[in-house]
Design a protein around this ligand. Structure first.
Ligand code: HEM
Length: 250
């Protein structure tokens, strides 16, 4: 009787733990390139893909006898083996292979407190050289982490890989003297200052060569000028422009 009870208890514990692992195990979604890392070399797991499904062959002695390399899509090769269907059925499915589409990277730059500072899509990560020298909306990044992959989404013509970069950034300040250099003349950029914020009008069609309405020049603080100009538009025409810096207090 005691023996039966102990056996039942062992079976119960066993069944609980196997349910747990099933729940915990998340299906992988790998690109062909990511799959190539599961080649069974240097302690790596050994996975193969067949018709879009990824199988674990790490502990398969039968797979070794086929003389095939893992970390690859073996849809064609595996079918040369007799009883290949039974072989696949004996393996654990660990995920799916993503179609061979180009990958784009959506990088979300997070600030110190996890706030989203900027989001950009890159064709490849090589163009995103770290350390970053870019500035965003009047801020310059001073510290950042390597991109961390968050998720992958298969779209019609490409795969969108979403990554986060944690960063610290500081405000960019500009003096009135520095601002005066940005007058839009001779190919220079054109900036205007309004209520302590410096905006970029370089590519704004209403500011050709840094001049608006023939008499308002870039490279200066236009706050007072705007209020007295009788402009037939609101200040939102200015505050919606891209920010490049903030006016230095000095
Ligand atoms: C310091 C004074 C002024 C500032 C800083 C200013 C700023 C701007 C900016 C930044 C835009 C572009 C907005 C956009 O494209 O979204 C704009 C557009 C425009 N502004 Fe001004 N403005 C000033 C004075 C005036 C005055 C005096 C007039 C008319 C006499 C005027 C008439 C217009 C018009 C009609 C537009 C619409 C686009 C166009 O037709 O060029 N603005 N302004």
């Amino acid at each position: 009787m005691k023996k039966i009870a102990i056996t039942a208890l062992i079976l119960f514990i066993f069944s609980c733990s196997s349910v747990d692992t099933e729940v915990e195990k998340e299906m992988l979604q790998l690109t062909t390139e990511e799959l190539s890392e599961f080649d069974g070399q240097n302690g790596n797991e050994s996975y193969i893909a067949v018709e879009g499904t990824i199988y674990d062959v790490t502990n398969s002695i039968e797979f070794l006898s086929f003389n095939l390399e893992s970390g690859k899509d073996l849809s064609e090769e595996i079918k040369q083996i007799s009883s290949w269907e039974e072989f696949l059925q004996s393996l654990e499915i660990v995920g799916t292979l993503l179609p061979d589409l180009p990958i784009r990277y959506e990088i979300t730059f997070l600030g110190k407190n996890g706030e989203v500072v900027n989001k950009e899509v890159y064709e490849n990560l090589d163009s995103l050289t770290f350390p970053l020298t870019k500035t965003y909306g009047g801020y310059r990044f001073v510290k950042w982490s390597e991109p961390v992959e968050i998720s992958e989404e298969v779209l019609d013509t490409y795969i969108l890989q979403k990554l986060n970069v944690s960063s610290e950034y500081e405000k960019i300040y500009m003096t009135l003297e520095e601002l005066s250099q940005y007058d839009g003349k001779d190919g220079k950029d054109a900036y205007i200052c309004y209520e302590g914020v410096i905006y970029d009008v370089t590519n704004n069609p209403s500011w050709p060569n840094g001049v608006h309405r023939g008499f308002i020049n870039a490279g200066q603080d236009v706050t007072e000028l705007f209020k007295n100009s009788g402009a037939p538009h609101s200040s939102a025409n200015i505050t919606n422009l891209p920010i490049v810096a903030f006016l230095s207090e000095e």
